[in-house]
Design a protein around this ligand. Sequence first.
Ligand SMILES: [Zn+2]
Length: 345
Amino acid sequence: MPGKQRVLAIAAAALLLAGFTFGFFTHWLASPKRGNDVATTAVQETTVEQDGGVKADGSGGEDEHRPPIRLEFDVSRAMKDIAYLSSQIGYRPEGTASEGKAADYIAMRFSALGYGEVFQQTFLLDNGATSRNVYVVDEGEDTRLAVVVGAHYDTAGGTGSPGANDNASGIGVLLELARVFRNNDNVPTIIFAAFGAEEILQGYGKDHHHYGSRHMANRLPELGYTVVGMISVDMVGVGSTMVLNSTMQAPRRLLDLLAAHAGTLGLRPTFRQDPGWSDHEAFEKRGIPSVWIEYREDPHYHTPADTYDKLDPALIAQAGRLLQSFLENLDGADLNSLENSTFYR
Ligand SMILES: [Zn+2]
């Protein structure tokens, strides 16, 4: 090879090698796999250590391509809240200081789950005392249509009941669902509401109850969403039969959807037309498809024997997992059908 040609060949080989090396490094730097590994680790650590406080879809995070990590209903977390309400606070009749302590605890727990805004509605009872609703909003893909998931935290006045099943069990499920949905994706906007003063006010007639849920149901525009369904979680820790209750004052659409979904999970809940003995009553009166989920019967209902040790965590887990799965599967068509069957009064 003549000298000049040899120089050109070496120069060409050097250029090729340089180009290959540059290409390799730029490819390695831009590798999406490498970026995802870092992000996945970050999400898992955040989820475990911060109580699911950061949305896995990346909102609020640094990496827009963070893969979603779905959380599952964890009954052991629900049991801790139930133990605190029933054993640490105990008897908490409406309008009393101990009911207020329970409201403060629930507000603190919502904050700890990462909800930036914890809303409170204060209302007056017929005896002049006050009580509160405490609620948070998990905005879904649909930012207009909402489902209220509610549970009451007061106990029946004059009974001395610590209300482990009625209804610390419902609050435990509510808080755990709020943790899961703060992280997981969902189509409907979900309003997680802890109601005060559900029980009959001591010394008053039998219609002097459901103060918290009636207060919210009578002020739905305040929520800022169109409520197309309501689920009351009340007494889900004792009993042998899962029961879905409705007063039948509103269309049964939500109850039917929930019953059908339960069937796909191998559950066979019983239907019961109830006189309106939980917080769904106020929403059904407004024409909103609603359902009260419970297990029957609880032999310790409204007695001092309604204690933590009587609860069956397997029932609470079953109710919690059913509601998680149901709410995750509610799609736009379901929401439209709920809206179309709602008649606001
Ligand atoms: Zn109750």
